[in-house]
Design a protein around this ligand. Structure first.
Ligand SMILES: NC(=O)c1ccc[n+]([C@@H]2O[C@H](COP(=O)([O-])OP(=O)(O)OC[C@H]3O[C@@H](n4cnc5c(N)ncnc54)[C@H](OP(=O)(O)O)[C@@H]3O)[C@@H](O)[C@H]2O)c1
Length: 358
């Protein structure tokens, strides 16, 4: 039986779903894949819980009851003493600082699986240094969920790139929250601010919806895909249409934004009125490999097109390559959500395990 040992950082939406999915899939993975997944350490930003083997079912209560404040070195020392094989650090945080630990983790024998996008969107210098460190220590780094949650976008692009299939363009609705907002706004007679509030209530937007409206999250995803295809770009080089008007952005508080979000209504109503009957507004990311331009913007689409016919909070990615010609390969589906993201992380873990020794 092959064993992998996870140290899970982050017990929020994705991390907690992942533990449940691992526990649920455990028996079947042992029987069908000959793979045993253990999670000896679970940590959030302040406390860590060290588990005894096969004692996961009550982990949420145990984390609260028996978890204690920790430093990364405590965990590194613990796994060293326990002599765990096939160690994998799972980054289910959204933390900028946690990524600084990647180098220590790799040096201490960890592979990394990340839902967190930060490591892949820092400077090119960091991006390359991380890969150098991984190579030096013969470690793997999987991050399929960085773009499109559980949808196989990174893997598909990487496969094209490796097989020398020239990808010319990637275009799509990258954000589940912005997908929901514009799909609903264009289909219903509601004010933009009302749709925005609904999206918040349904849990599609970040607590501060300006994070979504700023377009930065989509830009990060574009950068990750561009780099996957060998494009050397920095975040600052991406053209981003910020949907938040200047007086509600920057210095203004979230409370102020919510009080004045009706100011957005005339802006988007004007755009809606300019549409032809068979058109809708969509928020897209576009990566042009021929010009090297990365663009995040609102566009007008035919209702019947792949992007125009999107529903709910679905994402859709169109990949144009030499062999696919004018007709892109389209990958479409839920591009956000804790369950699909955790499943994507679990898939990464299983793929990584295939590369590790028994
Ligand atoms: N949700 C989605 O649909 C989706 C899709 C694709 C990718 N992702 C990515 O998945 C990641 C997790 O998302 P989420 O929705 O689960 O976030 P979340 O609910 O906010 O959970 C974040 C978790 O990370 C922990 N954390 C923060 N800093 C940490 C640190 N330095 N060390 C250890 N743990 C730390 C937090 O602990 P505390 O509670 O102690 O602060 C919390 O448990 C994010 O990077 C997100 O962008 C999410």
């Amino acid at each position: 039986m092959k064993k992998i040992n996870l140290v899970l950082f982050g017990t929020g939406n994705v991390g907690s779903k992942l533990v449940h999915q691992v526990l649920q899939a455990r028996k079947i993975l042992q029987e069908k894949e000959g793979l045993e997944i253990n999670i000896p350490v679970i940590a959030n930003s302040t406390i860590a819980f060290f588990q005894k083997e096969n004692q996961q079912p009550s982990w949420e209560t145990d984390l609260e009851k028996f978890g204690f404040p920790y430093k990364l070195n405590d965990i590194l020392e613990y796994v060293r003493q326990q002599n765990y094989e096939n160690l994998i650090a799972v980054d289910a945080t959204a933390s900028e600082e946690f990524v600084d630990h990647y180098f220590s983790l790799i040096e201490s024998g960890f592979h990394i699986v990340a839902a967190n996008k930060v490591a892949n969107t820092r400077s090119s210098q960091f991006y390359l240094e991380l890969r150098k460190k991984l190579r030096e220590h013969h470690k793997f780094f999987f991050y399929e969920t960085n773009v499109g949650a559980g949808l196989p976008i990174v893997e598909t692009l990487r496969s094209f790139h490796r097989s020398n299939e020239r990808v010319t363009k990637v275009r799509g609705v990258f954000s589940g929250s912005l997908s929901y907002i514009f799909n609903t706004y264009c289909a219903e007679e509601k004010a933009f601010s009302e749709v925005l509030s609904e999206a918040g209530v349904k849990g599609f937007t970040e607590p501060d919806p300006r994070v979504d409206l700023s377009g930065k999250d989509v830009a990060r995803k574009l950068l990750i895909l561009g780099r996957e295809l060998g494009l050397e770009k920095e975040f600052e080089e991406i053209t981003i249409q910020d949907l938040v008007p200047p007086h509600l952005n920057g210095q203004s508080t979230l409370k102020n934004f919510h009080e004045k979000k009706k100011d957005l209504d005339p802006i988007f109503l004007k755009l809606k009125k300019e549409l032809k009957q068979d058109e809708v507004i969509r928020h897209v990311g576009e990566l042009d490999l021929q010009t090297g331009i990365l663009d995040v913007k609102l566009v007008t689409e035919k209702r019947t097109s792949a992007l125009g016919s999107l529903q709910n909070a679905d994402s859709s990615f169109e990949i144009f390559t030499e062999s696919y010609g004018e007709q892109p390969l389209v990958i479409k589906g839920a591009g956000a959500g804790a369950a699909v993201t955790a499943r994507g992380v679990l898939t990464d873990l299983i793929k990584l395990a295939e590369k590790l020794p028994s």
